[in-house]
Write a protein that binds this ligand. Structure first.
Ligand code: IPE
Ligand code: IPE
Ligand code: MG
Length: 232
């Protein structure tokens, strides 16, 4: 059992390695993404049991549009399927859904499903799940700057004021960022918010990730000493 006070409040996950998982099995990449959905279900259940309050999931980056059209449209179909089929279950399990990312760049029907899912689950008081779709940290910062300029903001600018213009201003910064599949980079995830996040990398491919793996990440986090630039 992990003591409650050492559990991170917000865990952000870069779900990487679906393609390699499929390749190892001589399967099409899309089946790797489908297996990734199962890993999400396991992980969210485990996160809730551990007392994690926020889980954000990097599901589609602003750079992922560069992939072959077939893979992109396959991923969009998976998002549609999951939104249509899983929201009721999340509603029952007291999970609140909130999305991050640039919505205007997403297909309109998916945007509508996202809005519906947020509305359906807004009264839920349990874990908040934040799928990041068409998310890019640089784009988020640029959009914030654009809106600030539109609002006629003048210097000096504070961090607090700037934060109000992010996609989800009230979402706490990630305490822990997990990336699977042996890659150790952020790939444009949570650029503003990751300033003091602890970073955990595992070789496990995303479709193989489970509650035990999440526990290992949380144990790693429990042993960190966060100093925020000050002396301890
Ligand atoms: C992560 O898995 C999922 C998305 C980026 C949508 P990948 O598709 O990047 O899998 P690899 O890195 O090619 O193995
Ligand atoms: C990051 O994975 C994006 C998501 C997990 C959605 P990528 O596989 O796209 O990242 P790179 O290209 O290896 O940096
Ligand atoms: Mg990848």
């Amino acid at each position: 059992m992990i003591p409650k006070e050492t559990v991170p409040r917000h865990v952000a996950i870069i779900m990487d390695g679906n393609g390699r998982w499929a390749k190892k099995r001589f399967l099409p990449r899309l089946l790797g993404h489908k297996a990734g959905v199962k890993a999400i279900e396991r992980t969210v259940r485990a996160a809730d049991a551990l007392g994690i309050q926020y889980v954000s999931l990097y599901a589609f980056s602003t750079e992922n549009w560069k992939r072959p059209e077939k893979e992109v449209s396959g991923l969009m179909s998976i998002f549609r399927f999951v939104l249509r089929r899983k929201v009721d279950e999340m509603k029952r399990e007291n999970v609140r859904l909130r999305f991050s990312g640039f919505r205007d760049g997403m297909p309109q029907d998916i945007v509508e499903l996202m809005e519906w899912a947020e509305e359906e689950t807004k009264g839920n008081s349990g874990l908040t799940l934040v799928p990041c779709l068409n998310y890019g940290g640089r784009q988020e910062i640029l959009h914030a700057v654009e809106k600030l300029l539109e609002d006629g903001a003048r210097p000096p600018l504070t961090e607090e004021r700037f934060r109000e213009y992010l996609y989800l201003p009230d979402l706490p910064d990630p305490d822990l960022i997990v990336r699977t599949s042996g890659e150790s980079r952020l790939s444009n995830f949570w650029l503003w918010q990751s300033t003091y996040s602890e970073l955990y990398f595992t070789d496990t491919l995303w479709p193989d990730f489970d509650g035990k793996e999440l526990e290992n990440a949380v144990k790693f986090f429990a042993n960190r000493e966060r100093r925020y630039g000050a002396l301890k």
